[in-house]
Design a protein around this ligand. Structure first.
Ligand SMILES: Nc1ncnc2c1ncn2[C@@H]1O[C@H](COP(=O)(O)OP(=O)(O)OP(=O)(O)O)[C@@H](O)[C@H]1O
Length: 228
């Protein structure tokens, strides 16, 4: 369960204070949660607070009772985060090494790591790229690798910040099917409404506030109404 209790976040740049999130209170227990809204409305700030990447300047965020500010390390073990820009999270030289990286320090044998890496390569159509330099993959392949590298560590909550911006039609559908099958809770930020059409709950952000919270179709209609 993810809980936001009267949470605000203000970015401070010199003397300028920018309120990116304003007094958000929510409990998120559903399996599939979508987050939509205009550019700059606070979506990334909101989801980055779920794993403590951004801390509240007021209020409190907890994941399964763990405070993202006080218990950041434990929260990050629980919450996998996939960034919009895959280059921000591809850390190792080759595709296979990048997949294996997150498994280090988890007490797995070398063989167990190999089995998991091979399964991920197969699942994401990257078998031919095992020893390929990760930096030379196409944009969409990098996005798939970034997603695979997060899922391989089996987090109990998965936060995806626009995971399909660089994907072609087939890979967007692949990611959509994959998300549908995941056992864990997923919080997904997107401008692609198709990705959230079957979700349990969709939040609409506007100017740092949640202005709608409900079923996907009604949420999209509310957002479209804001733009008109
Ligand atoms: N590191 C930062 N420092 C200062 N201001 C920031 C920072 N990150 C975001 N902001 C500002 O906070 C506000 C909310 O940004 P955020 O990235 O959360 O929006 P978003 O809804 O995810 O937008 P988009 O759809 O464009 O990705 C914006 O006005 C943005 O300029």
């Amino acid at each position: 369960m993810i809980v936001f209790d009267q949470v605000s976040h203000e970015f401070r740049l010199g003397t300028t204070h920018l309120a990116a999130l304003r007094d958000v209170s929510l409990s998120l227990s559903e399996q599939r949660i979508g987050v939509i809204g205009a550019n700059g409305s606070g979506k990334s700030t909101f989801v980055r607070m779920i794993n403590g990447l951004i801390k509240p300047t007021a209020g409190r965020v907890t994941v399964d009772g763990l405070d993202t500010d006080r218990d950041g390390k434990a929260v990050r073990r629980r919450v996998g985060f996939c960034f919009t820009d895959p280059d921000a999270q591809i850390l190792m030289p080759t595709v296979a090494e990048d997949l294996a990286f997150g498994l280090r320090g988890r007490g797995l044998s070398r063989d167990e790591v190999t089995v998991k890496v091979e399964a991920a390569l197969a699942a994401y159509d990257l078998l031919g790229y095992r020893d390929h330099p990760a930096s030379l993959l196409s944009g969409g392949q990098k996005q798939l690798l970034a997603l695979a590298s997060v899922l391989i560590i089996e987090p109990s909550v998965l936060v995806l910040d626009e995971p399909a911006t660089l994907l072609d039609l087939a890979n967007t559908q692949r990611v959509q099917r994959l998300i549908a099958q995941l056992p864990q809770q997923v919080v997904l930020v997107t401008h692609h409404f198709g990705l959230i059409e079957d979700f349990d709950r969709v939040l609409v952000f506007d100017a740092g506030r949640v202005v709608y919270d409900g079923a996907p179709q009604a949420a999209v209609a509310h957002y479209v109404g804001l733009v008109r």
